[in-house]
Ligand binder design. Structure first.
Ligand SMILES: Cc1ncc(COP(=O)(O)O)c(C=O)c1O
Length: 372
């Protein structure tokens, strides 16, 4: 049996009959970059998140960069974040000349809020929590700390569309939340895409001009900008995917439950989820010894897995080449990076494939444990 880590072809088939007429409508309209579908999507998402404003951009990375700039984070400012994210979180900070301050994560793989205050200095300008795997960080605690110290909060919610902490969604307890619609995300385009969500009118105005050549109106630019617009065809696809999101999350949660029961029996560390968190299972991440060997053996029996992420960002050459003298101490993140393994959990799997993953994991893991 094959268990693919992703299956975007099947996802397309599930929306094809609804999408094709609308894509054709967009193509016939000629409004490839400004179809009303885009605004409709932005409005729907704002309503869903409970924020006043959203604007689409070309990627989650652009959402982060534009938000940092629009909030006035600049060269020399310190931004506190985690090292176990995708490289884009830190790329956004480093691109604008700000200084990344790494702190450790908790057993749930999310920012350890107890450590934030220890690293605040007069140069600290912002906190960037990353809602990894579909789990939201403790935004209540982060919001309190930010208020106490007068700091901005930029949420990297690239992996957390639909996720909650208590009843709060990304964007509710921060200055801004940034989402990605990359094909691998739960709410995904057929290409790149991203979104900025905020209650700050000035911020959204700035991002709106920044993403479109700095234009405040046709042919008038007060600042040089960029080109980072979501195109109309992606908006069609995302509007349809948004209709289906509840069932996608429900299916992922069902598979997670099956995995959880199995991991418990096997004594493997399944995802740790704080009780306040509504986990949307963008990823299902377990922790186990002999991770690399187990991954290889799973691959031999047709089970595709991934590691999110094997290299902490402070160890990436992109970072060390720029910051050769900086040494960071994040032992929990370091330990986890050697043990984490993401099992396939997308909505197009079948229950018998989940069982197949579990059975093979049991065989491989038990054999490994006996040998060593
Ligand atoms: C945590 C995190 N931050 C930022 C990004 C960047 O998003 P994008 O790939 O849309 O630029 C991603 C996605 O890939 C991500 O997973």
């Amino acid at each position: 049996m094959k268990v693919p880590y992703v299956d975007l072809g099947s996802q397309w088939l599930s929306i094809r009959d609804r999408a094709l007429p609308k894509i054709s409508e967009v193509l016939e309209s000629g409004m490839y970059l400004e179809h009303p579908m885009i605004e409709a999507l932005e409005e729907r998402i704002a309503n869903r998140l409970g924020v006043k404003y959203t604007t689409t951009v070309n990627s989650g990375t652009d959402a982060l960069i534009f938000s940092l700039v629009a909030l006035g984070v600049t060269r020399g400012d310190e931004v506190i974040t985690v090292p176990n994210s995708y490289i884009a979180s830190v790329a956004a900070i480093e691109h604008i000349g700000a200084i990344t301050v790494f702190i450790d994560v908790g057993p749930d793989h999310l920012i350890n809020t107890d450590l934030i205050e220890e690293v605040i200095t007069p140069r600290t300008k912002a906190i960037m929590p990353v809602h990894l795997e579909g789990k939201m960080a403790n935004m209540v605690a982060i919001n309190q700390i930010a208020k106490k110290h007068g700091l901005l909060i930029i949420e990297d919610a690239a992996q957390a569309f639909g996720s909650k902490f208590l009843d709060y969604q990304p964007g509710n307890l921060s200055d801004v939340a940034c989402f990605s619609f990359h094909p691998l995300k739960n709410l995904n385009a057929a290409g790149d895409g991203g979104l900025v969500a905020t209650n700050n009118y000035e911020l959204i105005q700035k991002v709106n001009t920044m993403k479109n050549h700095g234009q405040v109106s046709r042919n008038i630019s007060h600042n040089f900008g960029f080109v980072s617009r979501l195109d109309s065809i992606q908006a069609v696809i995302l509007n349809i995917k948004l209709d289906d999101l509840e069932s996608v999350i429900a299916q992922r949660k069902l598979f997670a439950k099956s995995y959880d029961e199995f991991m418990h029996k096997l004594n493997i560390q399944n995802p740790i989820v704080q009780s306040e968190v509504f986990h949307t299972y963008h990823l299902y991440v377990i922790e186990l010894d002999y991770r690399d060997e187990v991954q290889k053996l799973l691959s031999n029996v047709g089970v595709e897995t991934r590691v999110h992420y094997p290299t902490l960002i402070m160890n990436q050459i992109a970072y060390t080449a720029k910051n050769p003298k900086k040494i960071w101490h994040t032992p929990e993140a370091a330990k986890q990076s050697k043990k984490i393994l993401s099992l396939p959990i997308h909505q197009n799997l079948r229950e018998d494939q989940i069982e197949y993953v579990c059975e093979n994991l049991a065989n491989i893991y038990n054999i490994k444990r006996q040998i060593i």
